[in-house]
Ligand binder design. Structure first.
Ligand SMILES: Nc1ncnc2c1ncn2[C@@H]1O[C@H](COP(=O)(O)OP(=O)(O)OP(=O)(O)O)[C@@H](O)[C@H]1O
Ligand SMILES: O=P(O)(O)O[C@@H]1[C@H](O)[C@H](O)[C@@H](OP(=O)(O)O)[C@H](OP(=O)(O)O)[C@H]1O
Length: 289
């Protein structure tokens, strides 16, 4: 993100340099650059562009639901979310501060203003994992279902995929891995990829993995009990402190709700399956540290 020009952004704003995956201004589609996340340097907020059509509406509806009292749910198909499920999900997501309109690349656009969950860290180590066995949603057309199915077949086997990471190595060099790198792993090798991310603090891999397993337990508990939501193509964002003079402070946050649906009383088995596998991978890694 550092290399993309900030020209075309409103004064004060920059592209968010700690963005791992998702729409990104280095990608040109139909002659226009994609709009990624924005940030005013030094602030504790990021601005995520509202996606087109139902994707943007769904994500805004979820964040509004989580930031309002459960009795005033703004979206009809989420109205029945059980209060205890909504309450648990709220604790697993970034705070939402509303919608902001900005002119970017000469177009008036809407952005979700979200808590930047990386802002507390001096040298954040950040990993994005796309969760679930199926990454197309129930309303997707046949060609989209097929596109998602063949994109990364291990997703169905593991229920997760590495979308990328960003860490600071010892010499303060930033190491970035992208989604193509993530796709090079399958269920037999994914631990190698995860190990790279979790080893940003020299000789502390064991401690970092232990913290990750504790945080993952909370998310697993949510998915074992909640029957209000189904998430497709949604992510878990892992963040921990890479500066060894500071505490590890590992957090896992659920992000990307552009394909989140109300569930009508069923658990999200595909997402839960991914968490269980991920837990197994981390436990196996811990045994050999
Ligand atoms: N609250 C947050 N705090 C910090 N970073 C965030 C936050 N939300 C998202 N990000 C960063 O932005 C990236 C993209 O986010 P997200 O997946 O929500 O975008 P997207 O454009 O909808 O993605 P996709 O194209 O996969 O649907 C993540 O990988 C993460 O690095
Ligand atoms: O919300 P939609 O419309 O489904 O958009 C897709 C979604 O953002 C996926 O996360 C992304 O996949 P990856 O992160 O897996 O690349 C995909 O990229 P793609 O079209 O480049 O496959 C997008 O088309």
């Amino acid at each position: 993100m550092d290399s993309v020009s900030n020209e075309g952004l409103p004064d004060e704003y920059q592209w968010f340099s700690d963005q791992i995956a998702g729409h990104h201004p280095s990608v040109i589609k139909n002659g226009k650059r994609e709009i990624g996340l924005l940030k005013i340097p030094g602030s504790r907020e990021i601005l995520k562009p509202k996606q087109d059509a139902s994707r943007g509406e769904k994500e805004v509806a979820i964040y509004k639901l989580l930031s309002s009292s459960s009795s005033s749910c703004p979206s009809s198909d989420l109205r029945n979310g059980k209060p205890e499920d909504v309450e648990m999900l709220r604790k697993l997501t970034a705070n939402f501060y509303g919608i902001r309109r900005l002119f970017v690349d000469d177009e008036d656009r809407e952005f979700l203003v979200l808590e930047d969950v990386t802002s507390d860290y001096r040298r954040p180590a950040i990993l994005d994992l796309k969760m679930g066995q199926v990454t197309s949603d129930p309303l997707a057309k046949a060609d989209k279902v097929e596109k998602e199915r063949i994109k990364y077949p291990p997703q169905a086997v593991m229920g997760c995929r590495i979308l990328g990471y960003r860490i600071h190595r010892d010499n303060n060099k930033v190491e970035i891995r992208d989604k193509e790198w993530g796709k090079s792993f399958d269920e037999t090798t994914i631990q190698d990829g995860l190990c790279e991310f979790f080893s940003a603090r020299d000789n502390e891999l064991k401690e970092v993995l232990e913290k990750a397993l504790i945080e993952l337990e909370t998310i697993k508990h949510f998915f074992e009990t909640q029957t209000s939501f189904q998430f497709f193509a949604s992510s878990l964002l892992f963040v921990y402190e890479g500066d060894v003079t500071l505490p590890i402070n590992l957090k896992i946050i659920m992000i990307d709700f552009s394909h989140a649906f109300f569930s009508n009383g069923n658990r999200d088995e595909g997402y839960l399956f991914g968490i269980q596998n991920l837990e197994g991978f981390l436990q196996d890694m811990l045994k050999i540290c």
